[in-house]
Ligand binder design. Structure first.
Ligand SMILES: Cc1cc2nc3c(=O)[nH]c(=O)nc-3n(C[C@H](O)[C@H](O)[C@H](O)COP(=O)(O)OP(=O)(O)OC[C@H]3O[C@@H](n4cnc5c(N)ncnc54)[C@H](O)[C@@H]3O)c2cc1C
Length: 833
């Protein structure tokens, strides 16, 4: 199974699905992980009776796919869970998104490696994968909250949580059902259960404001009108505060007279749903204005509930209306007019324990057959804190956020490069239509990745200053409203011990979008991008003291280079790493065979190291070969070919040829597949890989499945553009190349087995990958060789590593090496598949 990706997306809800789609459309290799068995996120998990959206379906749906929004037909104003889940399944199929996911797989940990600039992601299925980007679309309301009530697990009846509702049908008929919690889920559940249950006992600690949904079927005429006007509807939604095209009255609640106020409240009451919170613009900022809305709704509750004593208990007395999300219900208050619905006010008679038979409160035992926890979620941060996320220097997200979440724009966290949170704390998220907020975040992330690539940057990270400033902005915005007055899950108040920080950005989606766009157009202000050019320059400066090869005796040169080499790490670990001596054309020929820990049969790569034909050996490329074997999932056979000038060409090529023949006979012993043997080499080794392909073709075998030429020495033409530009000062020099050729081909370079471009024809050669580095004198010739191969009808992929120099792929200390290797490994995997 593949284990190296450009991006890992966690979550297959609305946000994760779109992230996978968007990033794949950029040509990125994306892997998704989802703990559930299917797509849908919220709508996969929340199957409780009465579960519906509270933003109208025509708005609570993707806007990125115009055809989809024209084709899809919503049946109701507020679609039920089943329909939304079907819609998300349809989107997943339409864009082939399921194929990117591993389902029933929970991400347990994610570690950032500073050196490679990549994330390592671990799952509860023992999968370990790596990715350049980590996109956390884990949901704001997905980590269920099950209160720790004494005796909870002793209950002998059926026990459910609305946020993790079972997939099998749940029957209420004739049963005594208890519902703990009167937030959105509880309020939606109660009336539906009451229809068939023998009795419903509602355990209420905090009453909530709720407005009738006035749900209704959508007529074809209405839908046709909406669809014709979708572009404008979406435009208005995107610039609005809440992500829908609705806007409040132009004047404040106290700026109009009482009659006008009532007329407006009547209108919004009749429209139905939580949008009532938006009747007047000052409802959540001015307490006196809020009081008018609150009193209006409280009067309505008193009208709806026949028993005045129960009505009073159902009216909140601890928060201004709208500072907790107003619930959108279908017959909630009316349910209390039924004989079979009972309210237990936990403020008066708290729960003391749960017993096998039911829930005991201070005034006695409420016997139950079924207990439903409608106790909501560890909102906004819960799904993130349940993953062990470690950023730069091993800093954990849990520690960083121990006093409350700290993000820049709700998207990024200082110390956690290339990690994006979709709908994270510090973004509008739950205060707006979350389909549009997710689209906005994902679009921004994709543009950010474009920007990084255009600027050849590999990492992006929020600066600590930008985070501090954004947190202060969010706090100041929230403090200017009535929101902090409520003990809401926006503040984490429903989770014991959770720091009280108002988590969403209250400034509205439109304003937030403008801020994000402005940050991007200012070159990602507040973010730190790595500057690969600076690192490359520093590395080149360090390499400037590489010995002048022309001044040394070859034996001394080899010893000198060996003495400067870092000690062998023998990493990554292999299933087999074995030295072999075979009969070569010049006597004993040493090979080193690497077999990784992967199920075979695996492709085989016969590898020739670089070193100007004059130096380097099996140890010099040990780490590179191991990394290749591990990532390409191939058996690698490295060849210790004879070196020049003692053994001029084509002795080295003949040794590689002998190793190739040996591989066809022995690869299977190491788990290799003899039908998939490729040759590869870097620099001079690239020349040997190319020439061995010519020899094998001309000699009638062995059959080679692929040739991988990494900044190969392909020609001795020193007049090319890259020699002109990068001939001196970029590690590999024209002077050195002239000297290498003189050692390897002292008698001239006419033979195609020395210089592959001398071949009359390149037809019938194996498919090729030619990887070159921009700042390498060999670059032009490498690119031209790929072109010639294609002209000869050979499938050849050329990839130029921009801004990099000859030999960099064997320098793991360079941070760009790891991502570049990833690219090379991917091309090799594709070629050898
Ligand atoms: C009952 C209900 C009704 C709602 N109605 C509305 C509405 O009308 N309008 C609105 O705007 N919002 C509504 N919301 C909010 C809703 O959560 C969002 O609209 C939206 O569904 C969030 O999508 P998401 O992809 O961000 O997260 P989710 O849909 O929550 O998806 C996150 C996914 O990540 C997975 N996951 C989490 N952690 C891991 C892990 N470690 N490893 C693997 N997978 C993981 C979860 O299993 C989940 O499937 C509602 C929420 C609920 C609970």
């Amino acid at each position: 199974m593949e284990n190296s990706f450009d991006a890992v997306v966690v979550g297959a809800g609305i946000a994760g699905l779109y992230a996978v789609h968007k990033l794949r459309a950029r040509g990125m290799r994306v892997r998704g992980f989802e703990s559930a068995a299917g797509v849908g996120g919220t709508w996969y998990h929340n199957r409780y009776p009465g579960a519906r959206c509270d933003v109208e379906s025509i708005d609570y749906s993707y806007s990125f796919d115009e055809e989809l929004q024209q084709e899809w037909t919503w049946s109701e104003r507020f679609a039920a869970q089943e329909e939304i889940l079907r819609y998300l399944g349809h989107v997943a199929d339409r864009h082939d998104l399921r194929s990117a996911y591993e389902f029933s797989t929970r991400v347990t940990a994610a570690d950032y490696d500073d050196r490679s600039g990549r994330w390592t992601i671990r799952t509860d299925t023992a999968r370990t994968v790596s990715a350049r980007f980590l996109v956390l679309a884990t949901g704001v309301l997905s980590a269920t909250n099950l209160p720790d009530i004494p005796g909870r697990d002793s209950f002998a009846g059926e026990l459910y949580h609305t946020g993790a509702w079972p997939h099998h049908g749940v029957e209420f008929e004739g049963k005594r059902v208890g519902v703990i919690g009167t937030g959105s889920s509880g309020i939606q559940t109660v009336p539906v259960v009451a229809e068939t249950a023998a009795r419903v006992t509602v355990f209420q600690r905090s009453p909530n404001y709720s407005i009738p949904a006035r749900n209704r079927p959508l007529t074809p005429e209405y839908l046709a009108e909406v669809k014709a006007g979708y572009p404008e509807r979406r435009r208005l939604s995107r610039i609005s505060g809440g992500g829908t095209p609705n806007s409040p009255h132009p004047r404040g609640a106290l700026e109009v007279d009482a009659a006008e106020r009532t007329r407006i409240y009547d209108q919004w009451w009749e429209r139905g749903g939580y949008l009532f919170a938006k009747a007047f613009p000052d409802q959540t900022t001015n307490l006196a204005a809020n009081d008018t809305a609150r009193e209006y709704v409280e009067a309505k509750i008193r009208e709806l509930v026949h028993d005045p004593e129960i009505a009073e208990q159902l009216i909140p007395d601890d928060h201004p209306i709208g500072t907790k999300r107003i619930v959108t219900d279908s017959g909630y208050f009316e349910a209390y007019n039924r004989e079979n619905v009972e309210l237990v006010n936990l403020r008066r008679t708290p729960i003391t324990e749960i017993t096998p038979d039911g829930v005991r409160t201070e005034d006695g035992l409420h016997e139950l057959d079924m207990l439903i926890f409608a106790t909501g979620f560890d909102a906004m941060t819960g799904s993130l804190s349940r993953i062990d996320i470690r950023g730069r220097d091993g800093r954990t997200l849990r520690d960083e956020w121990s006093a409350g979440p700290r993000t820049y724009l709700g998207l990024a966290v200082s110390g956690f490069p290339n990690m994006f949170v979709v709908s994270g704390p510090g973004s509008p998220s739950v205060l707006a239509n979350m389909v549009l907020t997710a689209e906005q975040h994902v679009d921004w992330i994709a543009s950010c990745v474009d920007y990084l690539d255009e600027h050849r940057a590999t990492t992006i990270e929020a600066s600590e200053d930008a985070v501090a400033e954004w947190v202060a902005t969010c706090n100041a915005n929230a403090a200017a409203t009535l929101f902090p007055a409520a003990n809401s899950w926006y503040l984490g108040a429903n989770i014991p011990g959770k720091p009280r920080v108002f988590m969403p950005y209250v400034g509205g989606l439109g304003k937030y979008r403008a801020i994000c766009d402005e940050v991007a157009s200012a070159g990602y202000r507040g973010f730190v991008l790595d500057d690969p050019a600076a690192e490359v320059k520093a590395m080149l400066a360090g390499l400037a003291d590489f010995p002048d090869v022309t001044r040394h005796d070859p034996a001394d040169l080899r010893a000198l280079i060996r003495s400067r080499r870092a000690p062998l790490t023998r990493q990554p670990a292999m299933r087999i790493a074995e030295d072999q001596v075979i009969e070569g054309p010049g006597g004993d020929l040493a090979l080193r065979i690497y077999a990784p820990h992967h199920e075979g049969p695996l492709p085989v790569v016969v590898f020739a190291h670089g070193g100007g034909f004059v130096f380097c050996d099996l140890d010099s490329h040990d780490e590179f070969c191991r990394a290749m074997a591990d990532a390409v999932e191939a058996v690698v056979i490295a060849v210790d070919y004879r070196l020049a000038p003692e053994h001029p060409g084509p002795a080295a090529m003949e040794d590689v040829y002998a190793a190739l023949v040996w591989a066809t006979e022995h690869a299977a012993e190491y788990g290799g597949d003899p039908a998939r043997i490729g040759v590869a080499g870097d620099s001079a080794g690239g020349n040997l890989a190319a020439t061995v392909c010519l020899a094998a073709r001309d000699r009638g075998g062995p059959r080679i499945a692929a040739q991988v030429l990494v900044y190969p020495v392909i020609d001795d033409d020193f007049s090319t553009e890259s020699y002109q530009r990068y001939g001196e000062g970029y590690y590999n020099t024209e002077t050195a190349m002239r000297w290498y050729w003189a050692q390897y081909a002292p008698n001239g370079t006419d033979s195609p087995y020395l210089v592959p471009t001398r071949a009359e024809s390149l037809a019938d050669l194996p498919p090729a990958v030619v990887a070159t580095a921009e700042m390498d004198p060999l670059c032009t010739a490498g690119d031209a060789y790929a072109e010639r191969l294609r002209e000869a009808g050979v499938s050849a992929t050329a990839h130029r590593f921009e801004g990099l120099f000859h030999g960099f792929l064997t320098i793991p200390a360079l941070s760009l090496t790891e991502p570049a290797r990833e690219k090379l490994w991917q091309m090799m995997r594709d070629l050898l598949a």
